[in-house]
Write a protein that binds this ligand. Structure first.
Ligand SMILES: [Zn+2]
Length: 144
């Protein structure tokens, strides 16, 4: 299968300490043979990642840009800094893990949907929506 290039850039709003865990999330997807290869760029990237305080609500989200023909052509990812975050490989109590959440959100870039109900675990093209705090690994059910 041809792998499309997914060029990405971290906005200056993203703490520098988050770079490594976010890039590790893309490496995880590259290594499992996703239909895209994530590549990091310092400029002119099609896809951007930001941190912003969006208040109580979702912890992170992606906004696709769609072409007139209905294809997602680029993504913007936001981490909600209303919540506490951790980059520790052991996790931090009360914090969401940057790498876990990034892995989940990049799954949306690959057009995978949230898997909201455990009964749906056999469905294809889904990622687990339940993301516990203070855990790394066991993050997502990948069934592509
Ligand atoms: Zn999701």
């Amino acid at each position: 299968m041809e792998r499309k290039l997914c060029s990405s850039k971290l906005d200056s709003s993203v703490p520098s300490s988050w770079s490594s865990p976010i890039k590790a999330a893309t490496t995880a997807w590259n290594d499992v043979g996703a239909g895209f290869t994530f590549k990091w760029m310092t400029s002119a990237a099609e896809n951007r990642i930001y941190c912003a305080n969006d208040g109580l609500g979702v912890i992170a989200f992606c906004i696709p840009t769609r072409s007139s023909s209905g294809y997602n052509t680029r993504y913007t990812m936001y981490f909600n800094t209303y919540y506490s975050w951790s980059t520790s490989s052991d996790g931090t109590t009360g914090c969401y893990d940057v790498q876990n959440i990034a892995t989940h959100e990049f799954g949306h870039w690959l057009t995978l949907d949230d898997l909201a109900d455990p009964a749906d675990s056999e469905k294809k093209r889904c990622i687990n929506m339940r993301i516990p705090k203070k855990q790394r690994k066991e993050l997502f059910t990948l069934t592509i």
